[in-house]
Design a protein around this ligand. Structure first.
Ligand code: IMP
Length: 430
């Protein structure tokens, strides 16, 4: 019997999911993206050359592993083709292993233009989106006017639907944002050409996964962004436009929730956030700058510096509930190596009371003050440690305390950027 594992971020994204997915792919028959779009990103080194993947699961670097983009992902065709070409140029065979759902909604050039105009017009209220058209594309999905990959198979209908969608978008661009419209005819021609390259990759993803599962294959679902960016459960409106919690692995792939056996929550040993929105444990001092520098905290998609702060166990408790997290993988432990003392946020103070869960009125998030517990640092390198017992005692204590506070086990720890820099307490596929 195979096992289906979902990997999700439990913070605001950038928890280091890509490395963990890469590691576990060794034991998987397929890696599946189920939400988000090319707003996600992780950097890979192939023979010393840097490649950033936004849409294609990093499993593509492992021979024999299927890489699947499920219906929950919004797809920007030019970006997808650019990624395919980049990988092929690096000698990676892509097209026989990459498979995409016919139900994926397309991100159109007008979605990107609208995203950017909206952010500009919002001034200080801007969300700090990645500018990739994610929000407007999901809006059209909910409004039932998306173009889907399946539309590429009928060029006449495609042109008619594209024209209708872009007409509406152009109206908003011109008359609401006073911006330039996007050329509809040129887009129709360009996209029909791209369609010819994509069509052979389009499959019935739910049927394919159902068959793999029935055949006893191990499946690995790769979440993008993090719980606090979830459209329903995150710090709304400072969120992305998809569900980033584990349930989306089912709705965004078509394989039902009882086919999921284990959920690994990835959590950084501290916290980061890109873009605007509340962040109770954010540090504005030298400590924040230290974490940013040692942790190389710059976004893989936009290059923006990430905001940094202490570990937030309050937010994590909610993430564990939201995603039925089975166990944690704590990443970037080594970034804390030089510190004398380390803080963990164990409560939020709000209106004079201390809470151990986040406020259900998200508007109150801004007013929460962190309540900290302080632990001694270890002031010695943990880079590359591969056994729990070889960690310095204060580092073991830090991890044990995290487990106690949130009451689930730490199954994995990442101790450095290299592929082998990990402690595997219990392998998720065992
Ligand atoms: P959007 O997903 O581009 O609409 O951006 C909405 C919010 O999600 C912004 O705060 C982005 O910075 C954030 N975001 C989107 N994708 C990622 C990611 O992969 N990592 C971290 N933050 C992200």
């Amino acid at each position: 019997m195979g096992k289906s594992i979902v990997i999700i971020g439990t913070q605001w994204g950038d928890e280091g999911k890509g490395k963990v997915v890469d590691l576990l792919t060794d034991r998987a028959a397929a890696v599946i993206r189920f939400q988000g779009g090319h707003n996600a990103g992780h950097t890979l080194l192939i023979d010393g050359r840097k490649t950033v993947l936004h849409l294609i699961p990093s499993g593509i670097l492992h021979d024999g592993v299927d890489c699947i983009i499920g219906n929950g992902v919004v797809v920007h065709l030019p970006s997808l083709l650019e990624e395919i070409d980049g990988l092929v140029g690096n000698g990676v065979a892509v097209t026989d292993r990459l498979k995409i759902s016919a139900a994926c909604p397309l991100i159109l050039p007008t979605h990107i233009a609208l995203d950017r105009c909206r952010e500009r017009a919002s001034g200080r209220q801007a969300i700090g989106t990645t500018g990739r058209g994610i929000g407007p594309a999901y809006e059209d999905k909910a409004a039932r006017r998306s173009l889907r990959l399946s539309d590429l198979f009928d060029s006449e209908a495609f042109n008619a639907r594209l024209t209708a969608a872009m007409d509406l978008h152009n109206f908003m661009l011109q008359h609401y944002y006073h911006a330039e419209p996007v050329d509809i005819d040129a887009t129709c021609d360009e996209w029909m050409q791209m369609a010819e390259r994509i069509k052979p990759l389009v499959i019935d993803v739910a049927g394919y996964l159902g068959k793999l599962r029935a055949d006893g294959a191990n499946l690995l679902f790769e979440g993008a962004q993090g719980t606090l960016l979830d459209i329903d459960h995150g710090t709304y409106p400072y969120v992305t436009s998809s569900n980033t919690t584990a349930g989306a692995a089912a709705t965004g792939s078509g394989l039902g929730p009882l086919s999921i056996d284990y959920i690994l929550g990835i959590v950084k040993a501290y916290t980061t956030r890109v873009g605007a929105g509340p962040f109770p444990t954010e540090l504005f001092d030298d400590m924040g700058r230290h974490l940013a520098k040692v942790g190389a905290e710059f976004g893989a998609t936009t290059g923006r510096p990430r905001r940094c702060g202490w570990f937030d166990a309050v937010a994590l408790r909610r993430a564990i509930i939201n995603s039925s997290v089975s166990a944690l993988c704590v990443t970037k432990l080594d970034v804390l190596d030089a510190l004398d003392t380390i803080k963990i946020c164990i409560g939020y103070r709000l209106d004079g009371e201390v809470y151990d869960v986040p406020p259900h009125l998200v508007g109150r998030y801004e007013d929460c003050e962190p309540v900290y517990e302080e632990l001694p640092g270890w002031r010695t390198s943990t880079v590359g440690v591969t056994e729990f017992d070889r960690l310095p005692a204060p580092a073991r204590r830090y991890l044990e305390r995290l487990q106690e506070i949130v009451n689930i086990p730490v199954d994995m720890v990442s101790t450095g950027p290299a592929r082998g820099d990990n402690i595997i307490v219990r392998h998720p596929f065992d």
